[in-house]
Design a protein around this ligand. Structure first.
Ligand code: F0G
Length: 456
């Protein structure tokens, strides 16, 4: 088979600023060893997130000029609405400035004390918005989804038997909605099968609970279904996406991922009463229902991006380039969450640097070393991000200590990724020398964004 190439030519470029190793050591110190506090200009390859970091196409940029900035009833809104309806077939489509704004509006209406929201795995902002409303967020990962080394096609799946037990115990009247997140970001960017979506829907239907899809990476999920699920090999990504959404009663979306734009999101609903309440809240918090926190030009770019993301050449390249990085790290001997996900590779830091205990933040040690070696910015997803303290002030650590290398869409070429791989080879040869960190400052909530560290 021939090399799968980037399915685009590059028309506009942004220079990368090079730094020396000694400069990076100083930069790290000044940033208190926290990659969120490093200036982006001091980063060579930025793998912090795939959210809002994509490169737009010429057609998307052209759409920016076409944007209709009318306050109400803008032409761009109708183009956006048509594009979202084309894939989701939802009746009511409400633009928001990003994914969490859609979550905030939804859970303000249907959440609240005494309510429970199941999900295959909540992303942090979804969990935060559920909890902020007073409701309880509950995850239902499958057993194989929790094992980093197990190779299985759909490790993002909902644990349907456990979900049903939970519904019976909790009472359907206390569960206003159940979510499925595609792909399962907190579970390693792993896909959810069509069979699992269908199965979840049929259980929920029995108890009268609506199904919502957190659709950030819907196209990547659809392409995994095409590649891995029997019966879907001859379907187009769009047909698969349409079937996925046909089981849903509502959708929340961060357009910063699979709509390939830098800002935007939406809430899509079938229930008229819910849509009316959502629009009323939208007017208070985001803006008029035909722009909802976005400019007309943003709506144009989203409409165009939603079309482009379903191109098979794009999706082949997208999944292959992430898999390429994952396979090379595995060859080097770096343990990763298997198999490679759709938007990121997650290094298993606990397995990689076992000399560093969880309370000395092994993931943070890997993140800092990668920056030092090659100016690569990644993010710890482990005890720094999720660690909590018990009553005696002892750190309670999560099950996994991961480092996420998220790949922005259409931004880096294979030689950028080869450079990352070479830096990872150096990381592998240094691994026994790595030491942990202690935290010297932390905020009471979401501490990973602003914490200060000290090397041990
Ligand atoms: N849901 C999922 C599954 C996400 O991954 C994100 C964002 C959101 C909701 C919230 O969307 O950022 O537009 O408000 N994930 C980013 C990440 C931040 O880095 O994984 P948002």
């Amino acid at each position: 088979m021939k090399t799968i190439i980037e399915p685009f030519k590059i028309k506009s470029v942004e220079p990368i600023r090079f730094t020396t190793r000694n400069e990076r050591i100083e930069i790290l110190k000044e940033a208190y060893f926290n990659p969120f506090l490093i200036k982006a200009d001091d980063v060579l390859i930025d793998l912090l997130t795939d959210s809002g970091t994509s490169a737009m196409s010429a057609k998307q940029w052209a759409g920016m000029m076409e944007g209709d900035e009318s306050y109400a009833g803008a032409r761009s809104f109708f183009r956006f609405e048509k594009a979202v309806r084309e894939i989701t077939d939802m009746k009511y489509i409400i633009p928001t400035h990003q994914g969490r704004a859609a979550e905030k509006i939804l859970f303000t209406i249907i959440g609240g004390k005494g309510k429970f929201i199941p999900n295959n795995t909540h992303f942090d902002t979804t969990r935060a918005n559920v909890e902020f409303s007073g409701a309880v967020a509950v995850d239902f990962q499958t057993e194989e989804g929790k094992q980093p080394n197990v190779i299985a096609p759909f490790k993002g799946n909902m644990n349907i038997p456990e979900l049903e037990k939970f519904i019976l115990k909790t009472g359907a009247e206390n569960i206003p909605v159940c979510f499925i997140t595609v792909t399962n970001n907190s579970g390693g960017g792993q896909p959810v099968s069509m069979e699992n979506i269908r199965g979840t829907k049929s259980i929920l239907k029995r108890y009268g609970i609506p199904l919502f899809i957190d659709a950030c990476r819907f196209a990547e999920n659809a392409f995994f279904i095409k590649k891995r699920e029997p019966g879907y090999e001859d379907k187009t990504p769009k047909e698969i996406v349409q079937e996925m959404f046909s089981y849903a009663d509502g959708v929340t979306m961060s357009a910063k991922k699979d709509a390939i734009v830098n800002m935007g999101g939406f809430l899509a609903l079938n229930d008229e009463n819910l849509a009316m309440q959502a629009r009323n809240l939208l007017i208070v918090t985001e803006g008029f229902p035909t722009y909802g926190g976005l400019a007309g030009r943003d709506l144009e770019a989203i409409a165009q991006g939603l079309e482009e993301v379903l191109d098979e050449h794009y999706l082949t390249y997208r999944l292959r380039s992430v898999e390429y990085l994952g396979n090379k790290l595995t060859e080097i001997g770096i343990p990763i969450l298997q198999p490679p996900g759709g938007h990121a590779i997650y290094i298993d830091a606990k397995g990689f640097v076992p000399q560093i205990p969880s309370n000395q933040y092994p993931g943070q040690a890997v993140v800092c070393e990668l920056y030092k070696i090659g100016g690569i910015r990644s993010v710890e997803i482990g005890s720094v991000m999720f660690g909590k303290y018990d009553n005696e002030g002892k750190l309670i650590t999560p099950a996994m200590e991961l480092v996420r290398l998220a790949i922005p869409r259409r931004v880096y070429t294979q030689s950028h990724i080869d450079y990352v791989i070479e830096c990872c080879e150096e990381l592998f040869s240094n691994k026994n020398l790595l030491k942990g960190f202690s935290i010297v400052y932390e905020a009471p909530q979401l501490r990973h964004f602003t914490a200060h560290f000290k090397p041990l």
